[in-house]
Write a protein that binds this ligand. Structure first.
Ligand code: ADP
Ligand code: MG
Length: 357
């Protein structure tokens, strides 16, 4: 059993926050794991996490502590999940992707491009008698529907559970990486990409297959990156109409996530027998990550400004509960024949990486 790793990242104050309240922040750092946060009534709350990244932290720091161990596990065929949580504007997408998805400044690159580099770096140093395939599916959960971001005509992808592969996105486009330098494989350019809205949950699912030629076995590891929609309360957003409906759906799926975490960590065997994974698409998709076969890390993103203290507190309380989740990561080996084509959307491109790298 392994505990979910939970870290917190405070972004720098925004220019608006600085204009409104100067350089005031509501957090006081104790050390790299512990800090005190004050609410609007100046009451202080102490929190401890696996690691706290303060505003001067670098993208590389977050990657090395939170993500790299999980990338190493993926190469050893252990599933992994990395989730960013927090209110809108707290730094989830900045941490997950970088300031923009095609950021060329290496220092600013977020988790996603670093994962691609990390996976390929590991593959290159592995044994020669293994064939590797890296595939990526990219979907968003919007208004309780799963939409394929590689093919918008697939706007109702079903989430299924397979005995051998765990949770799968049935029929979602899987693109195969040929070159690590192409963040989006098969030559897709930025403008051709369908970027996820910040009012949806965005999910990147990597699958790394390793065919051992000598043993005629396939090992596979899945790495899921999840950039959640903003967790702020609906009332605070002053939303109306469609935006209000979106906000309510987001709140509902994040509450479902909270309920799953409560059921997993409440310690009561009766409740633990029924974990309400099926209450939302998000929790269904994260079933392995929350209590199943996955090594999981959560990055709680927060503003350090007193004006956002109540939202930051709610994010931190969510993180504190998630720390108690235990998962059971396992190595999966399938007995498939080495030459078997899996009939995915990319047809016969199921080639060896030995030739390509
Ligand atoms: P979210 O995805 O949580 O809604 P974003 O990641 O889009 O929030 O961040 C909001 C703004 O703050 C963006 O302009 C982003 O570039 C900036 N930002 C967030 N985190 C950091 C950080 N650690 N360092 C510098 N700028 C950041
Ligand atoms: Mg975002």
């Amino acid at each position: 059993m392994s505990n979910v790793t939970v870290c917190v990242r405070f972004r720098p104050l925004s220019s608006k926050e600085k204009r409104d309240l100067g350089d005031n922040i509501c957090i006081q750092s104790m050390d790299s794991e512990t800090f005190i946060i004050k609410d609007e009534k100046e009451e202080g709350f102490t929190f401890s996490f696996d690691k706290v990244f303060y505003e001067e932290s670098k993208q590389a720091d977050v990657y090395e502590f939170l993500v790299l161990p999980i990338v190493r596990d993926t190469v050893n065929s252990i599933n992994g999940t990395i989730i960013t949580y927090g209110q809108t504007g707290a730094g989830k997408t900045y941490s997950m992707e970088g300031p923009n998805i095609l950021e060329s400044d290496e220092r600013k690159k977020g988790i996603l491009p670093r994962v691609v580099d990390g996976l390929f770096a590991r593959i290159k140093t592995s044994a020669d008698s293994t064939k590797y395939t890296v595939k990526l599916s990219m979907v968003e959960i919007y208004m309780e529907k799963v939409r394929d971001l590689f093919d918008l005509s697939k706007d109702n992808i079903q989430i299924k559970e397979s005995k051998t592969q765990g949770i799968v996105l049935s029929g979602a486009t899987e693109v195969i990486y040929f070159l690590q330098k192409l963040l989006f494989p098969l030559g897709l350019t930025y403008t051709e990409m369908n970027m996820a809205s910040s009012r949806s949950h965005c999910v990147y699912m990597f699958t790394l297959n390793q065919e051992s030629i000598s043993e005629k076995r396939v090992k596979s590891g899945k790495l899921i990156l999840v950039d959640l929609a903003g967790s702020e309360k609906v009332e605070k957003t002053g939303a109306e109409g469609r935006v209000l409906e979106e906000a309510k759906t987001i709140n509902k799926s994040l509450s479902a996530l909270g309920n799953v975490i409560n059921a997993l960590t409440c310690g009561s065997p009766a409740k633990a027998n029924h974990i309400p994974y099926r209450d939302s698409k998000l929790t269904r998709m994260l079933q392995d990550a929350l209590g199943g076969n996955s090594r999981t890390a959560l990055l709680c993103c927060c503003s350090p400004s007193p004006s956002n203290a109540s939202e930051s507190l709610s994010t931190l309380r969510f993180g504190a509960r998630a720390k108690h989740i235990k998962t059971s990561p396992l190595v999966k080996v399938s007995e498939e024949k080495c030459s078997k084509k899996n009939g995915d959307a990319s047809g016969t491109r199921d080639e060896s990486f030995e030739k390509i790298l």
